[in-house]
Design a binder for this molecule. Structure first.
Ligand code: B12
Length: 212
């Protein structure tokens, strides 16, 4: 691993915001690709945080400070991840489903979609089905993107899709889903139009959903 990327990785694990804030720009100035910094330094660190949590070595406070360090790094990486796209490729309403407070992955997907020229309405975390429906009816979203990180909140995706059907708008929009516990099979079972395992494939998915 590149030494600067290693420092970013270690700083996220330790929750050292200041180090992350110093090293992300340093990595960019050293000519490292934003995608590499993101994947090897930042996403890999969060995966390790998850592993340590599972093993009982990290607890919620450690997860939280690591997440804050990750968010600090992401904010600095954001301008480099966005390509200078100006035309709107479509309007996407994105949010973490009801009961779910995880937003790092959702934010990354939102960022990459923006970078690819989509207009993104970020509804935040713990988003009720009614809020997604309102984003379609009142804001004209053509894609609804649902994120869930907990096995206990996955069912909120189905509830949201049901609410879109109930509201009579399901036919004119596409629904895409993602998050660590989500699979292609689950997406199909709940009647979503597509699933992507990461942010860059989410962009390809959004494009293909609007192309058909
Ligand atoms: C950071 C973190 C937290 C932080 C969240 C901070 C924040 N602002 O997001 C805090 C501390 C708040 C937290 C709380 C909890 N957490 Co937590 N958390 C994590 C951790 C370590 C990392 C998640 C993360 O950010 N990953 C990095 C991002 C980049 O990856 P990602 O989210 O998967 O997103 C990518 C893809 O999934 C995809 N994607 C994501 N969304 C979408 C949407 C669409 C439409 C598409 C197409 C793609 C897509 O693209 C993204 C980018 O590539 C995970 C462990 C893990 N390995 O996932 C546990 C984890 C998700 N948490 C877990 C748990 C148990 C909890 C708590 C219940 C703990 C507790 N006892 O309180 C609470 C629940 C709070 C709630 N109601 O939501 C468990 C879930 C277990 C389960 N099977 O349900 C995990 C798996 C940890 C573990 N190994 O046990 N957590």
């Amino acid at each position: 691993m590149d030494p600067i990327i290693r420092e970013i990785y270690d700083a996220i694990l330790a929750g050292h915001n200041k180090v992350v804030e110093a090293k992300v720009p340093a990595a960019l100035s050293a000519g490292l690709a934003p995608q590499q910094i993101l994947e090897e330094g930042m996403i890999a660190a969060m995966a390790e945080v998850g592993r340590l949590f599972e093993q009982g070595e990290y607890f919620v406070p450690e997860m939280l400070i690591a997440a804050r360090a990750m968010q600090a790094g992401l904010a600095l990486l954001k301008p480099s991840l966005k390509a200078g796209n100006v035309l709107s490729a479509g309007r996407v309403a994105i949010g973490s489903v009801q009961g779910d407070l995880h937003d790092i992955g959702k934010n990354l997907v939102a960022m990459m979609l923006e970078g690819a020229g989509f207009e993104v309405l970020d509804l935040g975390t713990n988003v009720s089905p009614a809020k997604f429906v309102a984003a379609v009816k009142e804001k004209g979203a053509g894609i609804v993107a649902l994120s869930a990180l907990l096995t206990t909140t996955m069912s909120g995706m189905k509830t949201t899709i049901d609410a879109l059907v109930q509201a009579g708008v399901r036919g004119r929009i596409k629904v895409m889903v993602g998050g660590a516990p989500i699979t292609e099979t689950f997406a199909r079972q709940i009647g979503a139009d597509g699933y992507a395992p990461d942010a860059s494939r989410a962009v390809a998915l959004a494009r293909s959903l609007l192309a058909v």
